[in-house]
Design a protein around this ligand. Structure first.
Ligand SMILES: [Cu+2]
Length: 72
């Protein structure tokens, strides 16, 4: 399993949280997706044999949120 923390500066409220979690969590290969509103981050755990990070970033992008970067 791969764990990544994505920085998404436009996260501001519970709506953002549910939009992003609702888009990423159901993806094939994603084990968990959790938005921390205060930190404006998305913690994602995924199987990189099944889904790649670009696809996860695209899914967040499709919800209208730009991923500014990753944190280790
Ligand atoms: Cu919001």
């Amino acid at each position: 399993m791969t764990q990544v923390t994505l920085s998404v500066p436009d996260i501001s409220c519970n709506h953002c949280k549910s939009s992003i979690e609702g888009a990423v969590a159901p993806m094939e290969g994603v084990t968990s997706a959790e938005v921390t509103i205060d930190a404006r981050t998305v913690d994602v755990t995924y199987d990189d044999q099944v889904v790649d990070l670009d696809a996860i970033i695209t899914a967040i992008d499709d919800q209208g949120y730009e991923v500014a970067g990753t944190r280790a």
